[in-house]
Design a protein around this ligand. Structure first.
Ligand code: GSH
Length: 216
């Protein structure tokens, strides 16, 4: 499999974690988002949406959208399972995952930040405030749900890793790239610390990818 990836991409980070958890090897293909390579013809042919990740199977089948890729990997490599066995549990895990994937992350991606700058004249400081606001709103939502629900365990849902942990980790690590902290989100902080003690999460982190700055 080939994974189109970039060090800072949080959506790709989610897929890297899932591939590590499933023990699936992949060949990285780097797409420099800061240089706009996602909009070049070479990558547009792979994903007309011009966003990463894209995961290309050996027969040429192209998978895109991180949550759809996670679902696919979980179906073709069922062990370890990344969704609970019961329908209510699966609904909760998917709902927690979508706080990041559907509600927070889409607001902070490069094309949105670029549009805020080019069309609305928002300066760098304003864009940083925008990004932090939406990360923090997502974290408040996570903390509210995770801290009050008995289904929360060592991880977001019970005592095994699910999609929700993958999405939460991408959210918090992404927030840190923008100098945010989870000091006011103790349940989130506890779960993310537990996940990052696992090398399959830790080695997928943005700052551990080729091309990442030594510190950020
Ligand atoms: N919902 C998509 C988001 C994909 C996405 O926006 N990826 C970002 C990097 S994390 C990207 O490639 N952005 C390019 C741009 O905004 O121009 C997913 O979860 O896969």
């Amino acid at each position: 499999m080939k994974l189109y990836t970039y060090w800072r991409s949080l959506a790709t980070f989610r897929v890297r974690i899932a591939l590590n958890l499933k023990g699936v090897a992949y060949e990285p293909v780097y797409v420099d988002l800061d240089a706009g390579q996602q909009r070049e013809a070479q990558f547009k042919n792979v994903n007309p949406q011009m966003v990463i990740p894209a995961l290309v199977e050996d027969d040429g089948n192209v998978l895109y959208q991180s949550l759809a890729i996670l679902e696919y990997l979980d179906e073709i490599h069922p062990n370890p399972p990344l969704l609970p066995a019961d329908p209510r549990g699966r609904a909760r895990v998917r709902a927690l995952s979508l706080i990041t994937v559907a509600d927070s992350h889409p607001l902070i991606v490069p094309r949105v930040r670029n549009h805020l700058a080019a069309t609305f004249g928002l300066d760098e400081d304003g864009r940083l405030k925008w990004v932090r606001h939406w990360f923090a709103a997502g974290l408040d939502a996570y903390e509210g749900h995770l801290s009050r629900d008995k289904s929360t365990g060592t991880y977001c849902h019970g005592d095994s890793v699910t999609f929700a942990d993958i999405c939460l980790v991408s959210h918090v690590v992404g927030y840190r790239v923008f100098k945010g902290t989870v000091d006011k989100h103790p349940t989130v902080a506890r779960i993310v610390e537990k996940c990052l003690s696992d090398d399959r999460f830790a080695r997928a982190q943005p700052l551990r990818q080729p091309g990442a700055p030594a510190s950020h």
